[in-house]
Design a protein around this ligand. Sequence first.
Ligand code: CA
Length: 681
Amino acid sequence: MSTTAFYSNKDEIYSTYHGNDLGSVYTPECTAFKVWAPSAEQVLLKLYSTGSFYEEGAQVIGIKQMLYDASTGVWSAAIDGDLKGVYYTYVIKTEKGTHETQDVYSRAVGVNSTRSEVVDLKATDPEGWDSDRHVLPDKPNDAVIWEIHVRDFSSSDTSGVSKEHRGKFLAFTEENTVIPFTSYPTCVNYLKQLGITHVQLNPVFDFGSVNEITGVEYNWGYDPVNYNVPEGSYSTDAYHGEVRIKEFKQMVMALHKAGIGVIMDVVYNHVYSTADSPFEKTVPGYYFRMQDGKFLNSSGCGNVTASDKVMFRKFMIDSLRYWVEEYHIDGFRFDLMACHDIDTLNEIRAELDKIDKRILMYGEPWTANDGENGISGEDCCNKSNAKKLSDRIGMFNDDMRHGIKGGSDDDSKGFIQGSTHSAYNVIAGMMGASSVTFGNWANEPSQCITYASAHDNLTLWDKILKSNWCDDFNTTDKLYIGQNKLAAVLILSSMGIPFMLAGEEFARTKRGDHNSYKSPDSINSINWTRIVRYSQLVDYYKGLIQIRKAFSPLRDNTTKAVNDGYIVYNGQTISLTIKNDTEGEWKMISVIINNSDNACAPQIKSQYELPKRWYIIANGDSASAKATDIFDPEDNIPPHSALIIVDADSYDKINGTEPLKIEKKVEPKIEISSEIKEMLK
Ligand code: CA
């Protein structure tokens, strides 16, 4: 008995179609409709005046029998005249019954997405769209990714965004936003200064859990309805399908203008409602993995799509290409990527490469339920199979995440809270999961997404507090901030691709809510005043990002830097020392982390000659690409703090500066809280 694919392409029972014109294709003279429905006995095209039956003037304005081509499985119809803004459905009769459905390939839909819309895409382009350009990293490891939910970004009045744009795509287009009555930048204005390169948006395709008419529910949106349509509740007008398309493009353009790329979180692994899905209504039983007539459930959401089938694989590829070409999307994060098969992801990589090899691709290397995936463990995109995937398909390094902070939702401790048994996972992660010595599930650091927190589970801050038995979410206790800083060093000064949940850098709290997918705005929305309260932490992240940008081995996508690196763990400190051959950069860096309760001297080693003099660029208080002090190898590193030092000779050469002659510890260290600083301004 075969243990490989439950269903493979060679088992395809239907005629398949390889054209790129499925859906409705508009011209002012004529609109062509094509739907792949090989098991249908009859398909009717139904035209409507509105996107829903309850809008004023709702009526059926035409019904047309579609024609079948048995060689491709495609039903088609063409209607003369200008159909821009006309809504439509297909009425599909199969042996499973007759169902009315929107188009699987919908590019626009009406409110709450039950009818498709004929759209003139060109007319949705905002002014200046022709000159909008992708923001793509030269290599994947140049990216610094910040994960944000559209609504959370601006739903709070602390965002300073105008009321009508709060929680919407258009919030991203507001420039110079500040916390009301202050000069503290918020939203995109803030991101420009933070230094991140890309935002990853939680689902922005059309999902089903939020009623687009009332918009009162909150949801992360991991419940896809129409994959090729932006979500209506994020638009200022969910009724007219073209509005959200234009507003989405305006958001992308504003981020690009700020120098920030846009990564979409794509959830091709399941659909919101199996029975109501256009996929199931169009070709019953085809698009999902099934066993004995039952929908499999590796997504944990009641169904799992069949990426291994010809026409769903084609759908994924078409959809991703569409987001890149029509919306200028710069990268994709695949939800529950292990639900998908390896061949599909590699084929997607090859297809995206035809557009631009720099488009980012990475995903979650797990399912919600391996037992119901329908494809063998050898065929799915999990960490053990990373080496069968392209070097440019990344995976979240959950071992590192666990090592950094302990269990995601419990009160266990990880490395940053002083645990020693987490050191191994941390070390392996610092090497981009690509070191032969320390465990290498990844081909190269370009496959390793390094992170401490994401939308799932407790925020990093809440986790730190829980593991320290603290329930004051607004505390500024130095111990907890210090632990957060250690996480920041581990994420931003390791090899791999750094990733963080929005607000990790200002101690974002969801007040202990570990699964806020449908919790109210009061839990989820960003409280921008925290950038003031935790300004020292924000500055620390900023500084670490600057250091990362200044030292290219940390951003090496190959194992060269891994091989040039040397890690020592002495039970109290980890030091990672890396040589650098890049002209015009520091020749060597050492990243040292002391997670113990005692001050101790680090052991710094390298297979190359160590510098005679070192400068400190980051310590437990601050971080920047600028030297602040001389490092004496005899010096102790304070407990629970990090130190980043660089070769002093190359530093002086690059900066054209005289060697630092800082008298050590002449100035007493004075701590001024951000509130006081504000008063002194
Ligand atoms: Ca929706």
